[in-house]
Design a binder for this molecule. Structure first.
Ligand code: GDP
Ligand code: MG
Length: 385
């Protein structure tokens, strides 16, 4: 199976959902023979046909829901990456418009193009170096093959970094999951919390939000609005109060009322790094006192539209506190989708969630295959087989 086929299979699945549902053995159930019933010792206790039928129906239902969910995710990525897809398409066009051979000049152009697509300097160099080796090794000459090798390298570089870890959120099964959201003002912390709250609420979990960004009254109100939208509870104090006190109350309430998920909104004021660090550490201590393994995630939200500036912010935050993953917001509003690679390769942090719009459902788990498919699907279709 070719590289693109693999990605396509990972993203789109092997066969259409309807077919698979049809394949389920709905009517294969046999009715027990009358003779068997007369001799009590030999009767095997089997699930009655009706019950089996209900089970199978439920299975089909679950599968249908899964398929719908997957289709929704593909659509979200598709729309959210529209701008980035155009950039990468254009980037390939420009790069290959007067392509003659893979020489030094070609690699220089490639590096420039990659840097302008916001994959970051180091990543651009690495792709270029690895491509040079591969071109020599496999004697790649044709434009199509060079192009495919570039795309392959992009995925490889993402995946190579995070071999052992996964991109999923660290959700607990035997107690509450506590997630801290950090990041500078305006990046999308509160919005991402609202979206995630909605997701877990839909999954039937009991969700609590903590308004620990007490810096402005507006910030608290905004979280309350998102709490209403998602239909989940919010713990808040008045503006200007101690954020750690809000967290304390929220943790107490989580314990007393058995919440499954606690999402903590925080303020991000980088102009005062020492204070910010102290404030975050204090919140963490308050959480740890009750739940030693928490917080289970410290998610740094960065705004994709700010490109390299977001990278600088992320580096500073990483020095300030232990970040476990990135939420890359506003991907829909930017052509800088290449940033995902820069974050992975230069910050060594997994992108766990991506914001793909302003609606409550516009949040998706980050999936490298979906991502690459979203960026390059036009090219993949052109170069099929
Ligand atoms: P915070 O200061 O970090 O809490 O940021 P907010 O959650 O208040 O978000 C700031 C602005 O970014 C708001 O206008 C949001 O609607 C917008 N925003 C957040 N996430 C996304 C996203 O994924 N896509 C788009 N297009 N806008 C977003
Ligand atoms: Mg906010």
């Amino acid at each position: 199976m070719g590289f693109f086929d693999k990605i396509k299979k990972a993203v789109l699945g092997e066969k259409p959902a309807e077919e698979e549902i049809k394949d389920l053995p709905v009517e294969q159930e046999e009715t027990p023979e009358i003779e068997e019933v007369t001799s009590i010792e030999t009767v095997e206790v089997e699930t009655p046909v009706e019950e089996k039928a209900v089970e199978i129906k439920e299975e089909i239902q679950v599968e249908k829901v899964e398929v719908v969910k997957q289709e929704e995710t593909i659509e979200k990525y598709d729309k959210g990456l529209e701008k980035s897809r155009k950039t990468f398409g254009q980037f390939m066009n420009d790069l290959f418009s007067n392509f003659r051979m893979v020489d030094d000049e070609f690699f220089e152009e490639l590096e420039e193009a990659l840097i302008s697509a916001d994959v970051g300097f180091e990543t651009a160099m690495r792709i270029s170096d690895e491509l040079q080796e591969e071109v020599k090794l496999k004697n790649v000459k044709k434009q199509e093959d060079v192009q495919n090798t570039i795309i392959e390298k992009l995925v490889e570089i993402y995946e190579a970094e995070g071999q052992e870890e996964n991109n999923n959120l660290n959700i607990q099964t035997d107690g509450p999951t506590i997630i801290l959201f950090v990041g500078v003002n305006g990046v999308g912390k509160t919005t991402s919390i609202g979206k995630l709250a909605h997701r877990y609420k839909q999954e039937g979990k009991k969700v609590l939000l903590a308004a620990a960004d007490t810096f402005r009254a507006g910030a608290i109100d905004q979280l309350v609005v998102w709490g209403d939208r998602a239909g989940v509870d919010v713990v808040k104090h008045s503006a200007g109060s101690d954020p750690a006190a809000v967290v304390f109350d929220a943790v107490e309430r989580t314990k007393k009322e058995n919440y499954d998920i606690l999402l903590v909104d925080t303020a991000g004021r980088l102009q005062n790094k020492v204070n910010l660090m102290k404030e975050l550490e204090k919140m963490k201590r308050v959480i740890e006192r009750e739940y030693p393994s928490a917080p289970h995630e410290v998610l740094l939200v960065v705004d994709a539209t700010t490109g390299q500036n977001a990278m600088i912010q992320a580096k500073e935050f990483k020095d300030t506190t232990d970040v476990t993953g990135i939420v890359l917001s506003k991907l829909d509003g930017t052509a800088k989708g290449g940033m995902v690679l820069a974050i992975r390769n230069e910050l060594h942090l997994p992108v766990k969630l991506v914001g793909l719009g302003e609606k409550i459902t516009d949040l998706a788990d980050f999936d490298p295959n979906q991502f690459v498919y979203g960026l390059f699907k036009d090219l993949m279709e052109n170069y099929e087989n």
